[in-house]
Design a protein around this ligand. Structure first.
Ligand SMILES: [Zn+2]
Length: 607
């Protein structure tokens, strides 16, 4: 009887404090820069929001990277309960780095005619529940736009468009294409090359590879007078000026009798040399579900035009590889920003009561790629903060008296000038052993002697012990793990770069995480100091020649450091007195605002 009463009581929402909560997520917005720009009198809208409501630097997750932090945002729990600890997680049996948030299975199935067809199924690996699913139990509707780690889309009472980790048409997390006449040398990461051949009447043609089971699609380029090009594929065409990024072109592939549609943008330079974005899944005819309900992405394409659907849409690889220049990269980033803004505006004007969430990635990508150019007034980064502030101002203008606004980032930003190869460090310190004759490893630990290896690094911030019974070829007895972890910790903390400390903290998973999925985490989480980040190779099981070396890439800002160095921002349109809020506090707070009791398993507090 007590239980029934209890259930009845918890089933009834609390008295709501408002009719609607809007959450504007600005990925990677740094409190240090916000406060610095305030000192110059910039960012008036954020300042006003802080003055009339509350502003804090917000504690992020460990590590402070988007998949982990946004998962804690949406669930209100620590990573031990949602199971996302990095972009990548370790397949411990095979020593392989796999995407942490989505598991994709390919299988063949007979259709009703008895014909075998290849099918792909994807499962979201983020555990626990997003708080909007709890709102739905009380009939409170949500519109959720591009929150990372929402692919594949889960059902909810409302509408959701998936964000980070949505694949492209080739099934990758984003592979672009360069097209050039035969004889041009290409070797690069992040994309593929194909040949541009002379076609009739001065036209050029390329066969653009799409999904595995489809023939490539023909793309024809025709130069007209005045430096303008026509790009055609199937019955679709568009026009674009030389060296400018085009609008979206629909590219159709055939999988048997089924049409598979992608969309891509092109940039054509003299040569000709063509850059083609990753083939984004066409939102108006999605081959994989991008939204809930499935037709929501189609609705959005109708309402705002075609839009980028790939999780990591801004092509940072192409800029790093020199296949896009800074101007085109920024044009792309801002084009995607405008698409997102239109969707957000549409959601704000249509959605009545309930929850509206939208995450903008622009702030993260621009800081990753332009940190090295500085943050002073007049810099690209400064300009981006001014635009984010205008967006905040426009959002505030749309709010009514009984609405509440949250503006937040998942983490901040800092510099990344030096790479640290954790696997090389493990080899040099005797924790990892390579086979005889092997000096460096490209990826996937090929050439590692597992029978003598006690630890290996994988992902952006994790070291795993090679535990007997857990790893495929484990040798460390579980009872010896503790001593080994302490030894690694002490030696990492002593690591210096010409007198400068490299590692600010070393945490053990069992001390900082709690919950049923803690065993998915790396055992040791090193927190690097400002300027230092895991090198590109060791993330996927490579072992380079040097432990420390300069990061010469365009990607020179980052946030995969000790998480205290990269706190995010939290603005609320109402006043609260909670000191040092954390990203896990947002979910219970919004639930309470809308009259729903936060569940006891949530780690966050109500602000
Ligand atoms: Zn982020």
């Amino acid at each position: 009887m007590v239980l029934v009463r209890f259930l009845k009581r918890t089933r009834r929402p609390l008295k709501p404090e408002c009719n609607k909560v809007v959450i504007l997520g600005l990925d990677g917005l740094s409190p240090h820069l916000v406060e610095k720009y305030w000192a110059n009198g910039d960012l008036p809208n954020l300042k006003k929001l802080a003055d009339t409501g509350t502003y804090h630097r917000m504690k992020t997750t460990t590590p402070g990277v988007s998949p982990v932090a946004w998962s804690s945002f949406q669930t209100g729990v620590n990573p031990g309960k949602h199971g996302i600890f990095d972009f990548l997680s370790a397949d411990r049996k095979r020593y392989l780095a796999v995407l942490s948030s989505v598991k994709t299975k390919t299988f063949s199935k007979k259709n009703f005619l008895g014909i075998r067809k290849t099918k792909v199924s994807s499962t979201l690996l983020r555990m626990s529940k997003p708080f909007w699913s709890l709102l739905g139990r009380y009939g409170i509707r949500s519109t959720v736009l591009r929150v990372p780690i929402t692919y594949p889309p889960e059902p909810l009472d409302g509408r959701l468009l998936s964000g980070m980790c949505v694949p492209d048409l080739r099934g990758t997390q984003g592979s672009y294409t360069v097209m050039a006449p035969e004889g041009t040398e290409h070797s690069f990461t992040g994309g593929i090359a194909c040949t541009l051949s002379k076609h009739e009447k001065g036209r050029w043609k390329a066969s653009l590879p799409g999904p595995d089971d489809c023939d490539p699609a023909d793309i024809v380029f025709h130069k007209e007078s005045g430096g303008r090009w026509t790009v055609r594929s199937g019955g679709e065409k568009l026009k674009v000026n030389t060296d400018e990024l085009s609008e979206w072109l629909t590219v159709t592939y055939m999988a048997g009798r089924t049409k598979v549609r992608g969309i891509a943008r092109f940039r054509i330079s003299e040569g000709p040399f063509v850059y083609c974005t990753a083939l984004h899944v066409d939102p108006s005819s999605p081959v994989v579900p991008l939204s809930h309900p499935v037709h929501y992405s189609r609705y959005l394409a109708g309402a705002v035009g075609q839009f980028a659907t790939l999780g990591l849409a801004e092509d940072t690889w192409a800029l790093s590889n020199g296949h896009l220049d800074e101007k085109s990269f920024l044009n792309m980033a801002w084009a995607y920003y405008r698409e997102r803004k239109k969707m957000f505006t549409d959601a704000l004007s249509r959605g009545k009561d309930g929850l509206t969430v939208c995450v903008f990635d622009t702030s993260d990508r621009i800081q990753h790629m332009f940190w090295g150019s500085g943050t002073e007034p007049g810099s690209v980064i400064h300009g981006m903060y001014l635009e984010m502030d205008r967006l905040v101002g426009e959002t505030v203008d749309r709010m009514k008296n009984n609405h509440r606004l949250v503006v937040m980032s998942d983490h901040g930003f800092t510099s990344f000038h030096t790479c640290i190869d954790f696997n090389r460090w493990l080899v040099n310190n005797g924790f990892m052993v390579l086979e005889k004759g092997i000096t460096t490893v490209d990826e996937s630990f090929h050439g590692v002697n597992w029978s003598e290896t006690r630890a290996y690094a994988m992902g952006l911030s994790g070291i795993n012990l090679n535990i007997r019974g857990r790893e495929g070829k484990g040798i460390v007895e579980p009872e010896n793990a503790e001593t080994l972890m302490k030894e690694i910790k002490d030696r990492l903390l002593a690591l210096e770069d010409g007198g400068t400390k490299v590692i600010r903290s070393v945490k053990f998973a069992r001390d900082i995480y709690s919950g049923g999925y803690t065993d998915r985490s790396p055992d040791i989480i090193p927190g690097t100091d400002t300027g230092y980040r895991a090198d590109w190779g060791c993330v996927t099981g490579g072992v380079g020649a040097n432990t420390l070396y300069p990061n010469l890439r365009h990607w020179n800002g980052d946030h995969c450091h000790d998480s205290d160095l990269v706190k995010g921002v939290l603005f609320t349109s109402w006043k609260h007195t909670t000191e040092s809020p954390s990203i896990v506090d947002v979910a219970p707070t919004v639930l309470s605002m809308l009259g729903v009791e936060p569940p006891g398993y949530m780690d966050g507090r109500t602000l």
